[in-house]
Structure formats: structure tokens, C-alpha cells
Design a protein around this ligand. Sequence first.
Ligand code: PLP
Length: 428
Amino acid sequence: MKFFSTNRRSEPVSFKDAVINSLPPDRGLYFPEYIPKLPSDFFTILKSTSIPEIGFQVLAKFTEKDIPGSALLEITTDAFNFPVPIVQLNSNIYSLELFHGPTYAFKDIGARFLARCLGYFTQYLNREITILVATSGDTGGAVASAFHNVAGINVVILYPSGKVSNLQEKQLTTLGGNIHALEVHGTFDDCQALVKQAFLDNEINQKLNLSSANSINIARWLPQSLYYFEAFKQLREKQPVVFSVPSGNYGNLTAGVFAQKMGLPIQRFIAASNSNDVIPRYLKDGKYKPYPTIATIANAMDVGDPSNYPRFLELFENNVDSIRNSIEGFTLDDGETLGAIKSCFIANNYITDPHGAIAYQALQNNLRENETGIFLETAHYGKFLSVIERALEHSIAKPEFTNKFLQKSSTNIPINNNYEDFKAFLID
Ligand SMILES: *Cc1c(COP(=O)(O)O)cnc(C)c1O
């Protein structure tokens, strides 16, 4: 299986090269040359299949030339080592809890698979890989945790000083070892600009083997299909099923569509967004109009130009009408999101995080009588405690896990928003 670029001006490459390069030279996104159908007996045996085995079945077709089966099974067993339960809220709505990994957000799933694939490939490279990531919060934590102690890989994370939560900062800055956290005196956009410039810098590229861990990387994107199968398994094939996906860069939702194209019988999807509603508006008028990001309380979805949009087009062969047949848009602003957290709690005695709350409300408003709805609960509410308390209008007990992070001491490196300083840090 080869991976082509959605811009079609770069050569198709192997899984290994797609993972190591992250982006094709023509700046498209990598996409598999075909979508393999799962064998029909897959669904018969699904009920007795564990998450690592589902991961193995779903991913083997893509990795087969580059990672032998036994090594892939080791990777999926190690990467997907936590449960992904569905929790029933009422007669037809379920929460798919994707937050039982080490950083309490769904990005653990993709980041852990990517880290282990890269770790596998570096055994056969004669140089180390340096991962650069700019983060506005959750991505950096998942990447730091996933790559911690992976041999042959150094990780440099840039985050904007004072703009990530205390808990998020602890997740980035307390691991040490091969994880280096740079606290940049600037904004998230400044952090991204520094990373972009480094990727284009010849001198750095001669000295370092740079790679990216953003969701554009195929090894972060593909494994996200597996929990759609896992949810279907736990539902015991109740149908028709609708997935509501809280979306920012649309890696999560497009991975669900990918699962559907592999053969999973999903009725339809809801693209649930905050005020950054580029895709819901696109679904309405067929025009893709990116615009600057709006800050919201569901901040992991604050994306004005979703990076997986080209994969959307690939999945539906550029046909807006077939996109509209499969996906419905839904948008909540901050006030409505607070309302959704509260009404979900009152109706179901279940606390959602701000991202999951938007997807829950989408089901509550859109689900038809015969349908079963699953919303993806992408983070633990404990990461957003002050928002939850504002929504519920009373204080709530701090979940135990937050203390585990808050007690650790940080080792961050402050730097100015200055490329030369950043470069000196990288190559010295
Ligand atoms: C990243 C993230 C999202 C958005 O996922 P995409 O794949 O970028 O659409 C939603 N919720 C949380 C908590 C996240 O961290």
C-alpha cells in the first residue's frame, strides 16, 4: 500500500516514508491509495476482539510492507492499553469515552500509535529523529506522554507562555528526559511560525532529522478509526447508528468516515463545532471559507482552517452532495455550550467536558426516533473544571487524577519569540 499526496504533485511513498516525512513535499496530505474493505467475518468475530486486535486488523493493510505483523501487534498492544467504554445516558444516546489514556484526552490514541511506529523505524535509521510540535494545549501533552522514553527520538514542544492551563503546562513540562518544553513569550501562532520556519531551514535540516506529530501525520490519523469499531462492538450492533463528533481539525471525524468506508455500517455523522464553524457552513452553502480562529471555551476545537479538509474531499471524491448526505453540521456558541453541559447533567447526571457537550447537544437536537446516537467524549471534564463549575453554577470535587499532575515540578525552558534563539536551542 502506497500513500499519495492530496495535491498530486509529489510521488507516492511507503507507509514508513509517509510517517517520517509527515507532509509530502507538495504540502498536500498523505492518503492511502485505496481503502481496504474489512473481511465480512470481521464483524462476526468483532464481539470477542480486543482493542489492540481491532487496531491490528484495521491498520495491518497499511503497514504490511514496513512493519511485520508480530511487531505491529506489539505496537497496538502497547499503544492501545486503556479501555474506551460507551456509557449509556438515556434510551438512545451514548457517550464514547475516549479520555481513559494517560493525558485524559483522545489525542493519546493517535499520538501513542505514531510514537511507537516512529520508535520502530528509528531502530533502522542511523540518526535520531527530532519531533517539533507547537501546542495550544492538549496536543503537546499527548505527544509528550506518548514519546517519553522512546529511544532515538527527541521531542521539542513550544507552548505560549501564560496561555495554557496549569494542568496542561504540567503535562508538558514535568516529564524531562527526551521531552523538552519551550515556554515561548508569544502566542500560539508565534509558536507555530517558529516551527514552520525551522522545517524550512536548510542548516537545521542538515543537522537534524525533523518530523511532525500533528494530526496531519498518517500514523496519528488512521488509528482514530479503531474506536468507531470498538463502539459498534459494545453497542452489540444496534442500528442505525449516528456518530456526533466534536471537531476542530477534523482528524477525528474523517477517521470515522474512513471506518465507514472500510465497511462499518454507520448511518450518518454530525460535525459538531463551536463558533469556528467553517465546516458546518460549508455543508450549508458548499463554499469552503477559512477565517481567523475565534477563542472559545471548547478551545481544542478553535480552528479556523481545518487541516484535514483535503482528506474530506478525498473521502467523498470531491462531491459536496455526497458529503452532505453523510454529514450534518451543528454549531454552538459559548453560552449554548455552557447550557449543554448543564442540561446534560440535569437530564442524565453525567458531566461532559465542553467539547463533548457540543456533540451531545447535537444528538439531543437531531437524532431521529429509530436511531442510536453516540457522541465522542474527547476529554475528561476535570481538565476544564472552571468551565464546568461556571456551567453548573456550583463547585464540584476536583477529580483525583488532576493532583497527580499538579504535584509534579516543571522543567521548562523560557525563550523569547525570536527565531535565532530557537534555532540556537535546536542545533547547539
Ligand atoms: C483535538 C481535540 C478535538 C478536535 O479533534 P479534531 O480531530 O482536531 O477534529 C476535540 N476535543 C478535544 C478535547 C481535543 O483535544
